[in-house]
Design a protein around this ligand. Sequence first.
Ligand code: SF4
Ligand code: SF4
Ligand code: SF4
Ligand code: FES
Length: 377
Amino acid sequence: MPSENSISINGNVFSYTPGETILEVAHRNSIDIPTLCHLKGAIPTGACRMCVVEVKGARSLVASCAAPVTPNMVVQTETAQVVEARRMVLQLLLSSGNHNCAVCGSAADNWTEFQLKVQEAEAGTELCPVWGDCRLQDLAFRYQVTGERFEPTETSYPMETTNPFILRDFSRCIQCGRCVQACNEVQVNQAIHFGYRGAATKIIAAGDRPYIDSDCVFCGECVQACPVGALVEKDARYEARPWETRKVRTTCTYCGVGCQLYLHVRDNRVVKVTGVEDVAPNYGSLCVKGRFGFDFIHSPDRVKTPLIKESGSFREASWDEALDLVARKLGDIKAEHGSDSIGMLTSARITNEENYIAQKFARAVLGTNNVDHCARL
Ligand code: SF4
Ligand code: SF4
Ligand code: SF4
Ligand code: FES
């Protein structure tokens, strides 16, 4: 039996900190409660009811993402009643809008054909761009449901393709609200919100205008938060399917903040960038440059070797040759004019550690305190 500040989940007792939700305690202890609308760090909305659990003494199932733990709570996370409730939520979502990956029953004639098409190298554009990387699809598989139980409701939203970075396809939107929270609570950009009412409810920007005509700054936080295929990176769409890419963790090169990101790489080409969640300094967030500005990596115009200017034009050189030249010239200037004739200007586009090394080099090797940095201007 649990004691004060402890909770029983599936027969095991765990301690909790007052204010924690059932979901937080469960996840902290590696108990898997599925979620759809829950966005870590944002105010729980309890919108989707996927995370429901049975709480002893409660009259109905409880949304664990929004329910604070109380002393001696007794919780079951995967009873028959809970599973049936989750199956119902999934069936309703799958029958609403365009979820063609999971609407067919396994006995349907065209189902096998459809599955085979997904495996083809040249997948048709009618396939969902997030096939294999969709929370709704994962849960449909986990709970073995399709969208056939309920009468399908069509959504006739045209796809928004008018900006360079993000495709919006509300025929696949499940109205979980994660994008709205990501934009307003995480990035605090206030660019999107729920619009209209009832069955016409839709996520809108600036009076239902395209992103490009709104306050959107194209940080892509909403895309990363979207659990389905309603918001996708335009350039990544149909470039590669998730199982064809490998994720390479690295540090963003655009500025000295040092955001942690994943490069999604297929055949040695970067096809998409996402932020690394739960890790400082960015905790999954990125700016428009870090998330979408990766074209330069494969640009044929990119400078790949040092260039030395001779007689007015550049020629390629090795790193050893270039560094020897710079060292010799700095040595000559120092000998002729003194250390303080040299200044070191560094950049916010390199890391703090690199800036530290640069100033150390100026002071300890060149012998000058003439050090400055573009971020100070
Ligand atoms: S959004 Fe998800 S569930 Fe809907 S079609 Fe795409 S992969 Fe399937
Ligand atoms: S890209 Fe960024 S600013 Fe634009 S709607 Fe999404 S979260 Fe908001
Ligand atoms: S666009 Fe995506 S994140 Fe936003 S409400 Fe729809 S499904 Fe949820
Ligand atoms: S995840 Fe709890 S209600 Fe949606």
